[in-house]
Design a protein around this ligand. Structure first.
Ligand code: PHE
Length: 454
């Protein structure tokens, strides 16, 4: 019998902690940084609509599937999948899925930590008042200058990773549990303040038109693939996090409803971020489509030129860091659990090892914003762009497709029904239908169309 939550390995006692932990994994840079710059880059509403559809029709059923693997198998992604294969008399080769998922999380975390480091730096910059009454040009130049120094970026990346390590070492039960109880409510309060601020000071009408008014011809296959990838990214699907969290979940939780609550909450945060950022961007004639720098150029500029902006700008970046911390700890957890279960590594070693690998890999991202800026690896992608595309637009859909096949087509249906026994029969049938037919078909279709339409 493997060492896992079945034989008393620290499970969460309360359902609320489980839901909060899933929320703190879901809400992060995906909502604050990635969603806003992708929405800006892919022209607003069409992207938002594709993303919402992908989220609720594809990502949500998958997240439920992952939690089911976790509550059934009660272990790291590989161990939980092995449990599931043994109960359903399937080949143990499916364990590769757990490995692939955990590895994808590691890749994501490598650039995630770099960008979170920017957030940390910018909280400091905002507080120091360097952006007071600065022109858009000055703020842009400041960002370019900031990115130009690998040493500075490595410093902030390392600092952020230290925070992650400190939280992760405490373990899922204390570290993540505590994080969830503090981070999620803090985030909501801060974001509420920011939205009110944006509504009072920004151009809400322009932002609303940009975010919500669609013309059919604006949809493109490429933007749909990016939206699909982002739906996975923002909900934290495809990296084994939900399997790991499911393993810690208390018995008898209504998995379906919990996941839907998390998805609604995550969406609410993303849209609120949109409503906090875009009115200010439009009111200040800033370009919404400037790419990954959007958050770090528009926001400081906008806040720097508005009464009390310094305070709110600082709060905003503190929020970015707090949110990123919860997600980063989650992203690390599948690998940590893998090392702990397969090699019996103490948590501290596992955490340090994973953080070390993530730090090293992250150097590639750091350098692609300066020294390797023009070094193209493939097509017109530098290291960071390539890593982002490979993870979000390829690996997440791939892991998700395999998960849908594994849970939807291979695992015994009685097992699934038992894990989801708190949900109504109709809900169960609908979920299984989506997972078996809609999810795989949509992923393949969107992926192929997106790649061809490139
Ligand atoms: N969902 C997180 C975010 O939006 C990122 C993440 C991805 C976390 C995958 C866990 C797993 O920032």
């Amino acid at each position: 019998m493997p060492l896992n939550a079945r034989n008393g390995f620290g499970a969460w006692k309360s359902r609320t902690t489980f839901v909060l932990a899933l929320s703190s994994s879901a809400v992060g840079l995906g909502n604050l940084w990635r969603f806003s710059y992708l929405t800006g880059e892919y022209g607003g509403a069409p992207f938002v609509i594709s993303y919402l559809l992908c989220l609720f029709l594809i990502a949500v059923p998958l997240l439920i599937a992952e939690v089911v693997i976790g509550t059934h198998g009660r272990g790291s992604p590989t161990i939980a999948i092995r449990w599931a294969t043994d109960r359903s008399l399937l080949s143990r080769n499916w364990m590769v899925l757990g490995l692939l998922a955990s590895f994808t999380g590691l890749l994501i975390l490598s650039y995630y930590a770099v960008v979170a480091g920017w957030g940390l730096a910018y909280a400091g910059f905002m507080a120091s008042g360097v952006f007071s009454s600065a022109s858009a040009l000055t703020v842009g130049a400041h960002f370019d200058q900031f990115l130009a120094s690998p040493r500075v970026l490595i410093y902030w990346q390392s600092l952020f990773l230290l925070m992650v390590v400190a939280t992760a070492v405490m373990g899922v039960r204390r570290g993540l549990g505590l994080m969830a109880w503090v981070a999620v409510p803090a985030l909501m309060v801060l974001l509420g303040v920011l939205v009110v601020f944006a509504v009072e000071n920004g151009d809400v009408q322009a932002a609303q038109a940009f975010l919500f008014s669609v013309k059919l011809m604006d949809f493109s296959a490429k933007s749909m693939l990016v939206a699909l990838g982002h739906a996975f990214f923002t909900l934290g699907v495809g990296v084994g996090v939900a399997i790991t969290f499911g393993a810690y979940a208390p018995q008898r939780i209504p998995i379906g409803r919990s996941v839907i609550a998390v998805a609604l909450f995550d969406t609410l945060i993303s849209l609120a971020v949109g409503l906090a950022i875009f009115p200010i961007i439009f009111a200040n004639n800033t370009e919404p489509s400037m790419g990954p720098g959007l958050l770090f150029v528009s926001v400081p500029y906008a806040f720097g030129n508005i009464l009390q902006g310094e305070l709110f700008g600082t709060l905003f970046f503190v929020l970015v860091v707090v949110a990123a911390l919860g997600s980063a700890v989650a992203l690390m957890e599948p690998c940590v659990r893998l090392l702990m279960q397969h090699w019996r590594m103490p948590r501290l070693f596992a955490v340090l090892l994973v953080a070390g690998v993530v730090w090293l890999l992250g150097l590639g991202t750091v350098l692609s914003f300066n020294v390797w800026h023009r070094e193209l690896w493939f097509g017109n992608w530098n290291f960071f762009a390539l890593l982002d595309a490979i993870t979000a637009d390829f690996l997440l859909p791939l892991v998700s497709l395999l998960t849908a096949i594994f849970v939807g087509w291979r695992m015994r249906v009685e097992i699934l029904r038992v894990e989801l026994y708190r949900e109504a029969g109709l809900f169960f049938s609908l979920w299984r239908f989506l997972l078996r037919f809609i999810v795989p078909a949509a992923i393949v279709l969107i992926f192929v169309a997106g790649v061809l339409g490139n």
